[in-house]
Design a protein around this ligand. Structure first.
Ligand SMILES: N[C@@H](CCC(=O)N[C@@H](CS)C(=O)NCC(=O)O)C(=O)O
Length: 371
């Protein structure tokens, strides 16, 4: 039976908050083992402070974060991007950017709190002030940037939508998708792109939509669909760690979309928007300057230009963000440069820099001037 398509991107019915930790599929349990820890944290006094916007005079997000003592980040559960490590701490590429924001604003990269949140519900959670920043491989789109009360300060990973098939299914090209069952997560650009692709071509395929990414991969692993679709990095990361993935799953070469992924914030607090934008940019500028967790310790005390600013030697640096001049230095010292963040989290899964290299190294990442 053909799936009946409706726009899943932003209907009010998808606005149900899903902030509570969700049950983990068994094959992802090792990654999500810390959800109970997170759920406990979510009930702590500091978490409640973070969730409570000021009454009357508008409290800025920076003020809210400082009052809470933590930056609250919405995350998903994708190997390498966000998960829980063996000692119960959130870890991953996305989590490192959350940590970088905490290093800049609170002087402590560990001052974060993470909440598992679905793509469909993260925008409302930001508008309500339940979270300060949402991660989770979110694609920067017009509607999410203009009509949902949210805005995208930066791209942290340029991706595209791909397909992964059971190798024994014989599906190797987009044409082979005809007649297949395809698993996709609802409320995502992956679902919207797929529906448009199906509508454009003669292809008839059955969509199996799941409420979150774990159920999507789980359904695929259990062969309830022969093909799964999503951001290529998500597919590659899962194929690298999931048991059936090794050798039994093939990622199709074709990419059907451009998916610039980045953090999302509530619109209309431009100070917070700028902080997130410039914290991300700091990691890129640091890479371009050869500054990282290793080299920063021995960097000269009297640098000039961009390095001086990144090293906190310009007393006016960051004033417009409401931050002290050392904010970028803390980002580099406590979390590192973009290449360190990438190598720490994504290189072990076999992901390559590719387009996510700096421009002078053949990629498309261009640090903005920090002056
Ligand atoms: N880039 C796509 C997909 C985003 C997406 O679905 N990300 C997954 C992981 S790759 C996620 O956040 N899942 C959390 C969830 O919704 O359960 C979008 O922005 O719509």
């Amino acid at each position: 039976m053909m799936h009946h398509f409706t726009c899943q991107e932003c209907p009010p019915t998808l606005a149900t908050p899903q902030l509570a930790a969700q049950p983990a599929a068994s094959w992802l349990k090792s990654l999500i083992i810390g959800v109970t820890v997170l759920a406990t944290l979510a009930g702590s006094p500091s978490a409640q402070a973070a969730a409570a916007p000021a009454e009357g005079a508008a409290q800025s997000i920076l003020e809210r974060v400082r009052a809470a003592g933590v930056v609250t980040c919405g995350i998903d559960a994708t190997p390498g991007f966000s998960g829980i490590n063996s000692v119960g701490n959130p870890t991953g590429f996305d989590v490192d950017f959350c940590r970088a924001i905490a290093a800049a604003t609170l002087g402590n990269a560990d001052a974060i709190q993470t909440r598992r949140i679905s793509t469909a519900s993260k925008f409302d959670a930001l508008v309500r002030g339940d979270i300060d920043v949402a991660f989770g491989m979110t694609t920067w789109t017009l509607s999410r940037d203009s009509s949902m009360g949210t805005a995208f300060p930066a791209v942290i990973f340029y991706d595209g939508q791909g397909f992964m098939a059971w190798s024994d299914s014989g599906v190797t090209t987009l044409e082979d998708l005809a007649g297949q069952k395809i698993c996709v997560q609802q409320g995502t650009t992956s679902s919207a792109n797929l529906q448009e692709m199906i509508a454009r071509s003669d292809l008839s395929a059955t969509l199996i939509e799941t409420p979150n990414s774990e159920e999507k991969l789980n359904a695929f692993a259990q062969r309830r669909c022969t093909v799964v679709t999503g951001d290529r990095s998500e597919l590659a990361a899962n194929a690298a760690v999931l048991e059936p993935g090794r050798g039994q799953w093939t990622i199709l070469q074709q990419t059907i979309s451009s998916e610039p992924l980045g953090p999302v914030v509530a619109a209309q607090d431009w100070q917070w928007f700028s902080i997130v934008r410039w914290v991300v940019n700091t990691t890129l500028a640091a890479e371009a300057e050869g500054l990282n967790q290793r080299t920063i310790a021995t960097a000269p005390l009297t640098a000039v230009g961009e390095r001086a600013r990144l090293l906190g030697q310009d007393p006016t640096f960051g004033r417009g963000l409401g931050l002290d001049p050392q904010w970028a230095k803390r980002v580099i010292t406590e979390v590192g440069s973009y290449d360190e963040i990438f190598m720490r989290n994504l290189t072990p899964l076999g992901l390559k820099r590719g387009v996510n290299a700096l421009r002078h190294e053949g990629g498309i990442l261009i640090p903005l001037p920090m002056r």
